[in-house]
Each structure stands twice: as structure tokens, then as C-alpha cells.
Design a binder for this molecule. Structure first.
Ligand SMILES: Cc1cc2nc3c(=O)[nH]c(=O)nc-3n(C[C@H](O)[C@H](O)[C@H](O)COP(=O)(O)OP(=O)(O)OC[C@H]3O[C@@H](n4cnc5c(N)ncnc54)[C@H](O)[C@@H]3O)c2cc1C
Length: 777
């Protein structure tokens, strides 16, 4: 290549490189000097924003923990404990005395109090902290416990919005896509370990659509400009089928592949909150705002809060309050003024998790025109495939539950896309969840029934600042706008302007794509585990790995898995409690690890061990352990775990898990265990009263009861429909087995109850092996 270039070209290139490098150096240094600031909270160790903007901060940290290891980053910053955070929110010093601000002056201890620790609230806390403002944040449940852990996990500009912008010559829409594409680039830059670019395939079934989708994808690339990720490209029919052999070949003409971003939403949320804390924000999860307080002039200047774990209540005072409570925006607005109209129109979006063969390995897929015109994505995520989303009006609830018809709709759409010989079964759904989209009406707008397109910032007469709507991708821009507004409305004096475009999130600085190899070499971790740790914690993966205990096996040496099917390890539970403010069992299964989103049944089976570890860390009494278990099981019911007839207990789950490990090795890949098959044969022949080798489909209900399965009627109906017994209303043994297999994979049977006391004698029902339903896990 060098030969092909003339001297002149090389000369130009060198001048450009030197000039570019010098300007970048100067720009960076000027920026750093300009923003040299002191985080306000000196009571705990914080990190200066300059370090966060640099590529590496490893030298800035103390080095005691890994002194013996040479080739690794230094020990990282240790966040203050939750107790320290609560004390700071109460204005109590480490020694128990009242802090100066509370005792001496009338000045409130905080400039801003943020309500809500989802993407928006945490983003706002980070923004305020980088500007040197005194910021507090309280989250009623856990970081990302609301919509922010339940998204489609895309970091995107929105191809379908671009289509709308072009078709309708809608400049405003166009600007929103442009802004989101800019935010996409920023997102990938500031959180490189937890977000990444993802190719998304758009199968094309009509020739005329080739130029249409090609043009659309290229416009998407061009709009991103210098901030584009990889460019889109066309795949011929053969190449599309090579990338995804299960695709429906019928009339397929090819596929367009375009790029967007993807991330681990709940972990991203925790990383944002931790980064805010490291820069001086005082943040506590499981603290709820129960009432707003106001000055004599009627301006909001703080809130009554309750620690939902201890029940303690106190007041937090601030110059102003930001309401970032997502779908619950109206609950805070009505605390401000009970006469306020509701502005949120909640809409539910359902996703399902499927085995990984439902999407190409490292490529997502989009269906832009589903049967009812909605868009649906099939995306590889954390080793499985997630598919969604739906969009339907809903009631507001804390833990929304996916509806069976929404799950069925997604499965029906998948069927249209896959080759007809692939049976898409209800039983393949490993988890299902619902998230509430807080669509907002602008109270200023003339037509208040109209929903705003993006987000909305609204300042009430009492100065309560409400930020609602928008999307995960644009959380940073929304946070910036909100803090700009707060500075303006409250007359705050920040130390510098917004820096969040440059401040890289915790875990990013010592991260590299090859880091997992060093982890394998130094800790003897499985490759999958090492990659998972690096992609979840970035450079903090060292600290997680250092907490792991030896497995006692030759390989892996460290890194005992929580569930045999997923690369999560026990050390992550300890790390979550010690360093990431995990307080409850649900915090760990849903948001620090993502087990509950990947496989509800596997999570249930892992609960006893997770409880053991958390009890060691948090000294839970047996009563607390039971309470935590019950809450986690309730939560898992909202994540697609079928409700059994009897109440589950830790011991039942424990016994079942140990049986599983006895039998697991032998029968791990088979659908039925020998005793089960015998019991099915017995039940079938008993119901086959005419002896013609067939039973009536109406007898299926009875058969299920006899084998000890409990299954809602509508699910049984969809399983029978899926099985397509069209001949008459009777089925043969082979078809009966198919129904049983589907029921079993749907995991609707009470796995932990004893089975079949029917004529066949007392067989003990074995566990439902999840291996088959977890497919390629
Ligand atoms: C189904 C679905 C899919 C989506 N997919 C994408 C996507 O792929 N990409 C994208 O960019 N965006 C996506 N979004 C949008 C994105 O998820 C949301 O915009 C974002 O998560 C909203 O964050 P939030 O912080 O505003 O709300 P939330 O995450 O709901 O946070 C609000 C928080 O406030 C807390 N809270 C409520 N009341 C109180 C109180 N009294 N005291 C203290 N705390 C309180 C809640 O517990 C909650 O944690 C999706 C949304 C949905 C519904």
C-alpha cells in the first residue's frame, strides 16, 4: 500500500496526523485545566473527573490488593457503604455528630435532590456531580428496578423513526434521530465494556424492497456522519441464509444489515450510579420519597423519605427537587399538588427470552412490518435470544406481569420468520417480562391528549422539576437538559459545565478487549466466565475474580457457577453486596446478575445457594431468608415462572436441586426421564378405554391432572393449537408425548411437588430438566 502512495501523499498524511494529534492534545489539556474541580463530598474518597476523562486511571488507585500480581490494573476505588450514604443523607458525620451544614447554616445540604434511580435519575445525578453540584438521589426500590432493566437493550437512533421522518418530511423527527445517533456514539465511548455495536439483519421478501431498505439504511449511516458505527450492507439470499439458516427461505430475496448498539441495561444503570457516587453524589437505593416539603413561599425544598429496609424516616433538604420517577411521575406530581392532572399514559412492552438458536449468533434481526404494523426485534443477548416488544395500554403496577396473549403474539411473529420445519413452542420461552413505557402528555400543550415525541421537562409553580419520557439511548442528553434547567430555575452555581460526554463510566479505564485472557491465565477461569466478567464489570472484573473461591477442580480453578447453564459466578453475589449496593435477593437475580431475565426456572433453582451467600454477607436470620425467598419467588412469577399449586419453600427447591445434580449428568440432554415415560404410558393406556391407541383431546385435561401438571387453560389451548392435531379430536401416544413435552418445557408443572399418585404407584417426579429448553446455553 505504501508503494502505491506517492511521497506527496505520505507527506500530507504526516502533516494531518501531527496537526490532528497536536490539536487533540491541546484540546484535552485545556479541557482538563478548565475543569479542574473538587468534588464537594470530602467525607468519602472520590475520584476527580479528570481521571474519569482519561483513558486509564489505574495509577490513581491504591495498589495493596493485587500487589503480587504484576500484569493487571491496580485495585479500584471502593464505594462508601450504603450505611455511610444513608448517614450522609441524614446529615450525620462518620462519628455520629451532625454535619456542619445541618447545624450551622440554613443552607440546605444539597443543591438538588433527585427522586428515582433509573437511567434518567442516575444520569442526572452523574451530570450534576461532574459539574461539582451537591447532589443526592434516592431510589424507592433498586437502581433500574423500573423500566430501565426491562428495555429491548438497544442503543439506537431508531431506523423506524427515520423512515417516518423521511416519509412525512418531518424535520423534528429527523432531528430526534440525529440526536439519538450522536448519543449512541457517546454511549459506546463512555461505556465500552458494557455496550457494543450489533449488526441487525432485515430480511427482504420483495424485490422492490431492496432499493427501499438499501436507501433507508444508507441514510441512517449518513445521518450518523462521523459518529457512525460500521456501514450497512446488502446480503444476497445465499449469504442471508448462511448467516441465519433457520430463516424462512420462501420468497426470500436477500437481507440488509445495518448497525446499532446494544447494552446490558441494568448493569449500565448501576455503572452510572456508581460513577456519580465516585464523583461525590450521595445516592441510596431502597429509600422512598413519601412526601414533598415546601418553603413558606410554596417552593419545593426537600422531601420526607423512608428507608424501605429499616423503616426509618427522615427529611432531606435541598434547594430543588427533580422528579425522575418514570411511569410513577404522576405520583410525585400529585404530592406536589393533588389537583395536578395525570400526564403519563402507561403502555406495556413485553419481551420473551428464548434459546439462542432463535437469532443469528452475533446478529440481531428486525421485522419492521409485523402482522399489525408494529416493529419486533430478535436480538442475541447474554447468550440467549430476546424478542419483543409489544406496546399496549396498561395499568400502573410495581412489578408488571406479561400477559399470555402478548407472549403468544411474539411467538406468532417469530413463526412467520422461521423456516416452517422449526416448531416455535410456548415451552421455549425461558423468561418473559413486561416494562412500562411512560408516554407523556405535555401539560403546556394546547391539545393535552397528544403525547410528546421524546422527553419532556416540566417545572411546576412550586419549582418541582419533572423529567419524563425519552429513551435509554438519550439518557445523557436528557440529564444534561434537566440539570441545565435546574441550574437556571434554582439559581445554582456549578463549578463547571457539563462533562458527561467525556466522563467514562467506572470500569472503562483499565478495560481492554483482551483482558479476559489475562483473567483466565491468572485465575484459571472458564473462558465464558472470564468474558462475561469483563463485559459486565470492565476493569473491575479483577476485583470480582479476586473474590472467587477455588472450585476444588482441576478446571476451572476459580469461578464456581451459580447456575450450570450461565457463566455467572458466586463471587459476583459477594461483589454485588459489598461494592454495588445489592440489598435484596431480587437485586442480585434481576439487576446485578441478569439470571431472572434469562431463565426464570434456572433462577429459582439457584435461589438456595444465592441466599446462603447473601446471608453470610448480610447476616440474614432464618426469618429474613424466608422473606427474601418468598419475595424472589413472587418476582419470578412476574418473569414467566409458572405458579405452582402449593407454596414453594427453600427446602423444596434445595431438595429438588440436589436431585437434579444426582440425575442431571445421566439424563441432562433428554426430555423425559425413564420413570416419567413409564408414567405417561400408564396414564395414556388407562385413558384409552377403547384400546385403539388414541385418547380424546378433551381427555388431556384429565391426563395432565393425573401426571400432576397444573396448567392454565389458555396455555393448554395454545399448546394444543401449536401441535396442530387436525385429523379429529383424538391423539396418538406420539402426539400425547409432544403435548407433555411442551407442557414440561413451558415449566408449568409444579416441579417441586410430588408426582402421580395414580394407579401406577408412587413414583417420585423428577425435576423438569431445563437443559432442553435452555437450548444452546
Ligand atoms: C418495553 C420497553 C422497551 C424499551 N426499549 C428501549 C431500547 O431498546 N432502547 C432505548 O433507548 N430505550 C428503550 N426503552 C425506553 C427506556 O427503557 C426508558 O426510557 C428508560 O428506561 C426510562 O428510565 P427512567 O429512569 O425515566 O424510568 P425508570 O427506569 O422507570 O426509573 C424510575 C425510578 O423511579 C423510582 N421511583 C418511583 N417512585 C419513587 C419514589 N416515590 N421515591 C423514590 N423512587 C421512586 C422507581 O422505583 C424507578 O426505579 C424501552 C422502554 C420500554 C418500556
Amino acid at each position: 500500500m505504501w508503494k502505491a502512495l506517492g511521497r506527496k501523499h505520505i507527506g500530507y498524511a504526516s502533516i494531518a496526523a501531527i496537526t490532528g494529534g497536536a490539536s487533540y492534545y491541546l484540546y484535552d489539556n485545556i479541557t482538563f485545566k478548565k475543569h479542574r474541580l473538587q468534588p464537594f463530598q470530602q467525607r468519602f474518597t472520590t475520584i476527580s473527573p479528570e481521571l474519569f476523562m482519561s483513558e486509564t486511571y489505574t495509577d490513581a488507585f491504591n495498589t495493596n490488593q493485587f500487589e503480587s500480581l504484576s500484569d493487571r490494573p491496580h485495585t479500584l476505588w471502593t464505594p462508601p457503604s450504603r450505611k455511610e450514604m444513608i448517614d450522609m443523607l441524614k446529615g450525620v458525620n462518620k462519628d455520629g455528630s451532625q454535619s456542619d451544614t445541618n447545624v450551622k447554616s440554613n443552607e440546605p445540604p444539597f443543591d438538588i435532590l433527585i427522586i428515582g434511580g433509573g437511567a434518567t435519575g442516575s444520569g442526572a445525578a452523574l451530570d450534576a456531580a461532574t459539574r461539582g453540584l451537591k447532589v443526592a438521589l434516592v431510589e424507592r426500590d433498586d437502581f433500574a428496578s423500573g423500566t430501565s432493566s426491562r428495555s429491548t437493550k438497544l442503543v439506537h437512533g431508531g431506523v423506524r423513526y427515520l423512515e417516518k421522518a423521511i416519509k412525512e418530511f418531518d424535520y423534528e423527527q429527523f432531528k430526534l434521530v440525529k440526536e439519538a445517533l450522536h448519543e449512541r456514539a457517546t454511549f459506546l465511548h463512555i461505556a465500552p465494556y458494557i455496550s457494543y455495536q450489533l449488526p441487525i439483519m432485515l430480511p427482504i421478501y420483495k424485490w422492490w424492497q431492496v432499493p427501499y431498505f438499501w436507501f433507508g439504511s444508507k441514510c441512517y449511516d449518513i445521518l450518523a456522519g462521523r459518529e457512525a458505527v460500521e456501514s450497512s450492507y446488502f446480503l444476497t439470499r445465499g449469504k442471508a441464509l448462511e448467516a441465519f439458516p433457520w430463516l424462512n427461505k420462501d420468497k426470500l430475496v436477500g437481507a440488509m444489515v445495518y448497525y446499532d448498539g446494544q447494552h446490558n441495561d441494568a448493569r449500565m444503570n448501576v455503572a452510572i450510579a456508581l460513577t456519580a457516587i465516585s464523583l461525590g453524589a450521595v445516592v441510596a437505593n431502597h429509600v422512598e420519597v413519601i412526601k414533598l416539603i415546601k418553603t413558606d413561599e410554596g417552593k419545593v425544598n426537600g422531601a420526607y423519605v423512608r428507608d424501605t429496609l429499616s423503616g426509618e424516616e427522615w427529611v432531606i433538604k435541598a434547594k430543588g427537587v427533580i422528579n425522575a420517577t418514570g411511569a410513577f411521575t404522576d405520583s410525585i406530581r400529585s404530592m406536589d399538588n393533588p389537583k395536578n392532572d395525570n400526564i403519563v399514559a402507561p403502555s406495556s412492552g413485553v419481551h420473551v427470552t428464548l434459546p439462542n438458536y432463535y437469532s443469528p449468533r452475533k446478529m440481531g434481526m428486525i421485522d419492521p412490518s409485523t402482522s399489525d404494523g408494529r416493529v419486533i426485534f430478535f436480538l442475541p443477548w447474554e447468550g440467549n435470544t430476546i424478542a419483543g416488544t409489544t406496546d399496549s395500554p396498561t395499568e400502573l403496577t410495581y412489578d408488571p406481569m406479561p400477559k399470555e396473549e402478548e407472549i403468544q403474539w411474539i411467538l406468532d411473529e417469530i413463526r412467520r420468520y422461521l423456516s416452517p420445519d422449526i416448531k416455535v413452542r410456548r415451552g421455549d420461552v425461558l423468561a418473559a417480562w413486561s416494562g412500562i413505557r411512560p408516554l407523556v402528555r405535555d401539560p403546556y400543550a394546547k391539545n393535552t391528549s397528544e403525547l410528546v415525541r421524546s422527553h419532556m421537562i416540566y417545572v411546576s409553580d412550586s419549582n418541582l422539576i419533572t423529567i419524563a419520557g425519552g429513551k435509554w439511548t438519550t439518557y445523557r442528553a436528557m440529564a444534561k437538559e434537566t440539570i441545565d434547567k435546574a441550574i437556571d430555575v434554582l439559581g445554582l452555581k456549578p463549578l463547571n459545565e457539563c462533562l458527561t460526554e467525556k466522563v467514562r463510566l467506572i470500569g472503562s479505564h483499565g478495560y481492554s478487549k483482551t483482558m479476559f485472557i489475562k483473567l483466565i491465565q491468572q485465575f484459571g477461569l472458564e473462558t465464558e466466565t472470564a468474558q462475561h466478567l469483563v463485559n459486565s464489570y470492565g476493569d473491575r472484573a479483577w476485583a470480582v475474580a479476586a473474590l472467587s473461591k477455588p472450585t476444588g477442580k482441576r478446571w476451572p480453578v476459580f469461578g464456581q457457577r451459580i447456575s450450570p447453564f450461565y457463566p455467572y459466578i458466586e463471587a459476583e453475589i459477594r461483589y454485588a453486596v459489598r461494592r454495588e449496593y445489592a440489598c435484596t435477593l431480587v437485586d442480585v437475580i434481576a439487576r446485578r446478575t441478569r439470571l431472572a431475565f434469562l431463565n426464570a426456572q434456572a433462577t429459582l433453582e439457584s435461589l438456595p445457594r444465592i441466599i446462603e451467600i447473601m446471608s453470610e454477607e448480610l447476616r440474614w436470620s432464618p426469618e429474613q431468608q424466608t422473606q427474601e425467598f418468598d419475595k424472589a419467588v413472587e418476582f419470578l412469577f412476574t418473569m414467566g415462572l409458572p405458579k405452582p399449586k402449593e407454596k414453594l419453600t427453600i427446602n423444596q427447591v434445595r431438595i429438588d436441586s440436589s436431585k437434579r445434580s444426582e440425575h442431571g449428568a445421566l439424563y441432562s440432554r433428554s426430555q423425559f426421564q425413564p420413570e416419567e415415560l413409564a408414567s405417561f404410558q400408564k396414564v395414556f393406556s388407562d385413558l384409552d378405554t377403547s384400546g385403539d391407541g388414541r385418547i380424546k383431546t378433551t381427555d388431556l385435561d384429565k391426563a395432565l391432572v393425573l401426571v400432576g401438571y397444573s396448567i392454565p387453560e389458555d396455555t393448554l389451548y395454545s399448546i394444543i393449537t401449536e401441535s396442530k392435531f387436525n385429523k379429529d379430536d383424538s391423539i396418538e401416544f406420539e402426539e400425547f408425548l409432544e403435548v407433555m413435552s411442551n407442557v414440561k418445557e413451558t415449566q408449568l408443572k409444579n416441579v417441586f411437588s410430588k408426582i402421580v399418585n395414580y394407579q401406577i404407584g408412587k413414583h417420585e417426579q423428577k425435576r423438569i430438566p431445563i437443559e432442553r429448553s435452555s437450548g444452546g446455553v
